[in-house]
Design a protein around this ligand. Structure first.
Ligand SMILES: Cc1cc2nc3c(=O)[nH]c(=O)nc-3n(C[C@H](O)[C@H](O)[C@H](O)COP(=O)(O)OP(=O)(O)OC[C@H]3O[C@@H](n4cnc5c(N)ncnc54)[C@H](O)[C@@H]3O)c2cc1C
Ligand code: FES
Ligand code: FES
Length: 492
């Protein structure tokens, strides 16, 4: 069954749209078509959060409220969800508790950022036991910039609002909203447009495979947190868009030794399984973009964008991850490191898509470390990221898988460093330094606006030493300013 419109809920109505430009964004629809100008446009690239809206969907019988950057979300991605904007919060003249706290706490001056901040806090308010301490609120607002109020009053207001009971009209109306959303869930393939220009959201993997084979020139989108910027910044014209959100690539499964994560699983949903492998992965995912970026961005998009500075790829390469690709009915798997051929080039044929990632857990005697170095702590693209999986046996390094991002045209293993380490004594600091020196055999990094080649080489060398010092248990208390590792797992 094919449906030739998208359908979603907004302001208590079901909206059906059967004619729109495939690359139309949620923000343009709100501001230009609906004249709902409460939602602001600041950066138009997912950084400032002024455009934050919330999309509510049913998961396991309850509504999950996720904040999304409307500027880089395509309109079609709303299909099946409930769109909530800042205009919707006050009911019958009464402000929402988040708005009341912001007003009473003087959390707004010029007010430009305020709608976005209120929507991020609204999602946090409805979160699943979200943290309301200062650090928890700071994480929640990492994707919202305010240039004039200053964050103290905003964070104080947020803490007050989010610490109270989760009671508002949205909770009261939840059964009705869920029932209305269920009516939209028709399992139909969405196809809006014609063969030359369309927005499509196939409702099964087989339908996706067949559509993409017919239109290998179409642009696949997961969360559009990369592709959205091509639309707003490069002014690219994307005639054919295929959204993966309905195609059933969203399963998370585990075996005794690995996690299997569907390509369209968002970074937010992928965090618990990946974080369970090692706390350093949790910390890097906490700093991956913002809550808004992680709510939309997918693991498949993070790998398929082939970015040399993407955070997920080096982590998964060090862990020994694989990806599964599908074209038509043919499925193939390959080690992730073989997927990246050159700058912006991947081992992916026209019409082929990533269907899932296979991420090994750590085996006994194997330790992991990963460090992201960026100019800014929150919501910043990586300068250098190093990830290490080190097997230790009888005080010697039995195996080493080390991968770096930001050091070459692709995420890449540091094989010279690995070879230097295997067989060496773990506790010998001289070994660490010798290995660190091999970084320049593995990489000839570029100088760009983020860092010089020399800086990158030095940081990478230092990260090698830091990882080994921590794993050897020599200096774990002093290698970190903030120790995010609850258990200090070091080799005996
Ligand atoms: C403000 C901001 C902050 C960011 N911060 C970070 C960060 O800290 N670390 C980081 O690594 N990245 C960051 N990013 C980049 C981006 O969010 C991630 O790379 C994200 O994982 C992309 O996923 P997506 O689903 O949104 O990709 P999309 O934009 O939907 O797609 C990206 C590319 O992958 C292709 N694609 C998507 N899914 C598939 C599939 N299953 N099979 C084949 N091709 C596919 C698309 O065609 C496109 O070429 C940031 C982006 C923004 C806007
Ligand atoms: S306008 Fe800045 S994040 Fe959307
Ligand atoms: S109140 Fe002016 S930018 Fe935040």
């Amino acid at each position: 069954m094919t449906r030739n419109c998208i359908q979603f809920r907004s302001k208590g109505r079901t909206i059906r749209l059967d004619r729109f430009v495939p690359q139309a964004t949620v923000l343009d629809w709100l501001r230009l078509d609906e004249r709902a100008t409460g939602t602001k446009e600041g950066c138009a690239e997912g950084d400032c959060g002024a455009c934050t809206v919330v999309i509510a969907r049913e998961h396991d019988g309850r509504l999950v409220y996720e904040p999304v950057n409307a500027c880089i979300a395509t309109l079609g991605q709303l299909d099946g969800g409930e769109l909530i904007t800042v205009e919707d919060l006050a009911q019958e003249g009464n402000l929402h508790p988040v708005q009341t706290a912001m007003a009473a706490g003087h959390g707004s001056q010029c007010g430009f950022c305020t709608p976005g901040i209120v929507m991020s806090l609204f999602a946090h308010f409805h979160g699943d036991g979200e943290r309301t301490d200062r650090a928890g609120i700071n994480d929640c607002l990492a994707g919202n910039l305010c240039r004039c109020t200053g964050y103290r009053s905003i964070v104080d207001a947020a803490r007050e609002a989010c610490a109270g009971p989760v009671a508002d009209s949205f909770v009261a109306n939840e059964p009705g909203t869920i029932a209305a959303l269920r009516q939209l869930d028709d399992h139909a393939d969405v196809f809006v447009g014609n063969e030359a220009s369309f927005f499509a959201a196939p409702a099964s993997e087989a339908a996706l495979a067949s559509l993409y084979q017919r239109h290998p020139d179409a642009r696949i989108i997961g969360g559009a947190t990369d592709v959205g910027l091509w639309i707003t910044k490069k002014l690219a014209v994307l005639d054919k868009i295929i959204h993966l959100g309905r195609a059933g690539l969203d399963a998370i499964e585990q075996t005794a030794d690995a996690w299997h994560i569907g390509a369209s699983v968002t970074l937010a949903r992928a965090t618990p399984p990946l974080a369970s492998i090692d706390p350093d992965i949790a910390e890097i995912l906490r700093r991956f973009g913002s809550v808004q970026v992680r709510a939309a961005g997918t693991v498949g998009g993070s790998i398929a964008n082939a970015s040399p500075i993407g955070d997920l790829a080096p982590l998964l390469i060090a862990l020994g991850g694989h990806i599964e690709l599908r074209k038509g009915d043919a499925v193939r798997a390959l080690p992730l490191e073989q997927f990246f051929i050159g700058y912006g080039k991947q081992d992916r044929e026209p019409g082929e898509f990533i269907r899932r990632l296979i991420v090994p857990k750590l085996s006994a005697g194997t330790l992991f470390r990963a460090f992201k170095v960026s100019k800014r702590f929150d919501e910043d693209i990586t300068t250098v990221l190093g990830a290490f999986r080190i097997g230790v046996d009888g005080g010697r390094i039995a195996s080493a898988r080390i991968a770096f991002g930001g050091m070459a045209a692709t995420p890449k293993r540091a094989t010279a460093v690995e070879n230097q380490l295997v067989g060496a004594a773990l506790h010998d600091a001289g070994t660490w330094r010798l290995a660190a020196e091999r970084i320049s055999d593995d990489f000839t990094p570029l100088t760009d606006m983020r860092a010089s080649a020399e800086y990158r080489l030095n940081v990478a060398r230092n990260i090698v030493i830091k990882a080994l010092a921590e794993i050897a248990g020599v200096s774990s208390p002093v290698t970190r300013i903030l120790d995010s590792r609850e258990a200090v797992d070091v080799a005996d």
